[in-house]
Design a protein around this ligand. Sequence first.
Ligand SMILES: [Zn+2]
Length: 301
Amino acid sequence: MSRRPKPVPQMTVAQFESAFPDEEACKVYLQARRWPEGVKCPRCHNDKVFPVKSMPFKWQCYKCTPNQGYRFSVIAGTIFENTNKPLRDWFRVVHLMLASKKGMSALQIQRMMGFGSYGTAHSMCHKIRAALVEPEAKLGGIVEVDETWIGGKDANRHWDKKHHGQTGGAATGKTPVIGAVTRKGNVIARALSRVTKDAAERFVREMVSDKVSLLATDENHVYSGLTEYNRKTVEHQRKQYVVGAVHTNTIEGFWSIFKRGIVGSFHKVSEKYLPLYVAEFQFRYNNRQNPDVFGSAIAGC
Ligand SMILES: [Zn+2]
């Protein structure tokens, strides 16, 4: 039962086509990714399940459903269930979304996949984004924390520091996103309804270990209560951007990828969907060195 597929780094279209020539190849891959230790019942996680004779990729579980048995397929309980799209289309869309650093809009996906409706592409992309949400682990080392604003009338303008000090919310038409990043490591970002002292402190305490060697922020007062951290600030208002190890260039690099992705590839990001886009960009950033990024994405689906 250990037919674990070889990791495939950022696949070219040709590599994708040869790895996934048909539905069966996709099912084999999904099975191996979902259940690396053998097939488990999606309802009760029991691993003593029985293949259904003459029906490949279907199993029965008699633990949660003792008499007639619970019959499930390889897509049961995944985002691929209850759709009229073949698994191969789903895999292609995942591949396209991961292939570019800035992502791909639902409109581009629709065109490239030849889908009849934009709604299909839109809904597939959002389901995939939701599957990319990563489990949380606190950040350590040198951590930078910063906020940015998405949307509103400045949406097409290059982001600059002028929004610092705003709190966002309905009045400005902008939605704030707060993020923390370990230098050379992972980013954790969240959409907030407002950047308040409470929300900022809660985010940092939840996502960043208080044992960090340095917490670098800008001079925004919302971080001033985080006294248990070794926090150092750069004063952007005084055009100060780097003081020794104290800077927020890493998180600003992430914001820049995020903003260019949102502005360049996406028509309109409503506040409602912003957390899903944040999850997508966070996943791609955190898996930028992962040779098996496609497999990691499929495993979460
Ligand atoms: Zn079961």
